[in-house]
Ligand binder design. Structure first.
Ligand code: UDX
Length: 450
């Protein structure tokens, strides 16, 4: 069985390399020639721990190659994974399906033998059934092209391990469900093919959920909505602890010990960002609205609002720490990526806050271990520096916004000789307040009274 992966972004490149690692011959397909050239030379166009090594290993082993030619891909592949992006549509909250539609159409048109398309991109519910029809309409006479929906749950920064050892696998099949075609024999055939692809994961006892298309599509957006809800829940409570003098970290630890709640994704701070959570909750709202079901997911409006409010609040706290006047003041911003171990600045709270501080007159110096270049492309107007000491030099307040290890482990003694004023805002609740206060610093955090 030979595999293609359509789209070589975070999802596609990781999936392609992981499939090669699992022993398959894999072809990565993209329309971006520059990206393909870089990947074929073993150079990643983004930061993802462990992935560069894996790509180089399998380009060298010959199991992984790249092309922009859908005719080659159609000839080559038996299973075609779709991992192209579904960005937020301009001027709307809905997902833009242009890239998915065109990948499915092209691969179906160029299939020279029977094949299975496996959708992994995050799409509005109802897309899989439409895409299956699109594939069947575009496949050449006598060639059977079918479609399975297999959502992807990988986290940036952990992509390789999440792909090779996922928590669970979900397969949406065309015959299942009340809108399915009821062809159970075809479903069994498709399931058998996917079981063969994912044999190593299934041997390792990864739970497999076989369901209808619609449920499979919704599992992905439901999971991301729930994660966003956990974060906004704790952040909304942090507004209370901050006002009354409580401690949000202790509160999160205490409620998290209840197994029904769990401690993960209860870290209060500047809120969530990235290419998935913000976009996915908005796309779910847009889709529910199309279905006349605005009411059903109305809580997501509040989840989003709480999240956006974090950014205003952070700017307010920095202004307060500077005695109310921000014009021309020296602010060190630590972090630009939306989370550590990533150079992704899409919808990054850190970069947004840096930009807002700059736009109201602060003199902002940003340092991120990996994301400076991407941040500068998106928001060139602040000063990007290459090291932590450069960022904090002469700072009147140090603002930690992305919890890279380098920032978690910095000490007040290390920073004190460099700054102008010993003030720090811990936007991720990762520093030890006692350590900083004892060293004579004004320490503020989001969710604890300053
Ligand atoms: C997310 C999902 O976790 C993943 O399953 C899905 O496939 C894609 O979307 P990712 O965007 O890589 O993955 O990042 P994630 O680790 O989920 O973090 C998202 C955002 O939430 C980050 O900005 C992070 O800083 C923030 N976050 C996370 C918090 O603010 N508090 C937390 O407790 C956890």
């Amino acid at each position: 069985m030979r595999i293609t992966v359509l789209g070589t972004g975070y999802l596609g490149a990781t999936h392609a390399a992981a499939m090669a690692e699992m022993g398959f011959e894999v072809m990565g397909v993209d329309v971006d020639e520059a990206k393909l050239e870089a990947l074929a030379a073993g150079v990643l166009p983004f930061h993802e721990p462990g992935l560069g090594e894996l790509v180089r290993k399998h380009v060298e082993s010959g199991r992984l190659r790249f092309t922009s030619d859908y005719a080659l891909a159609g000839e080559f592949g038996d299973v075609h994974f779709v991992g192209v992006g579904t960005p937020q549509r301009a001027g709307s909250y809905a997902a833009d399906m242009t890239f998915v539609d065109s990948a499915v159409t092209s691969i179906a048109q160029h299939a020279t033998h029977d094949a299975v398309i496996v959708g992994k991109s995050t799409v509005p519910v109802g897309s899989a059934r439409r895409l299956r029809a699109l594939a069947k309409d575009n496949a050449p006479e006598g060639v059977d092209v079918d479609l399975v929906w297999n959502p992807e749950f990988l986290r940036e920064g952990h992509g390789v391990e999440d792909t090779l050892r996922p928590d669970r696998m979900v397969l949406g099949l065309p015959g299942h469900g009340s809108t399915g075609d009821g062809d159970r024999a075809n479903d069994s055939r498709l399931e058998a093919i996917l079981r063969e692809v994912y044999a190593p994961q299934l041997e390792a006892q990864t739970p497999l959920i076989v369901t209808d298309y619609e449920t499979a599509e919704l599992v992905k957006v439901a999971a991301n909505s729930f994660l966003a809800t956990k974060i906004s829940f704790i952040n909304s409570l942090s507004e209370l602890t901050e006002a009354v003098g409580g401690d949000i970290r202790t509160l999160a630890d205490a409620i998290g010990m209840d197994e029904r709640i769990g401690r993960k994704f209860l870290n209060a701070g500047v809120g969530f960002g990235g290419g998935c959570l913000p976009k996915d909750i908005r796309a779910l709202r847009a889709r529910a609205s199309e279905l006349g079901l605005d009411q059903s997911v109305r809580f997501l409006v509040e989840i989003d609002d709480i999240n956006v409010r974090r950014r205003d609040h952070t700017v307010g706290v920095v202004t307060d720490m500077l005695g109310g006047s921000i014009m021309g003041r020296q602010v060190a911003v630590l972090g630009a990526a939306f989370k550590p171990e990533s150079d992704d600045v899409r919808d990054s709270p850190a970069l947004d806050i840096a930009a807002r501080l700059h736009s109201i007159g602060a003199d902002v110096h940003v340092y991120d271990p990996k994301a400076n270049a991407n941040a500068a492309k998106r928001y060139p107007r602040v000063d990007y520096v290459d090291s932590l000491p450069q960022a904090v030099a002469r700072a009147e307040v140090v603002v930690l916004l992305t919890e890279w290890d380098e920032f978690r482990s910095m000490t007040p003694e290390q920073l004190a000789p460099l700054v102008k004023t010993r003030q720090i805002l811990d936007g991720r609740n990762v520093l030890d307040p006692v350590q900083w206060e004892q060293a004579g610093w004004t320490y503020r955090a989001l969710g604890r009274k300053g």
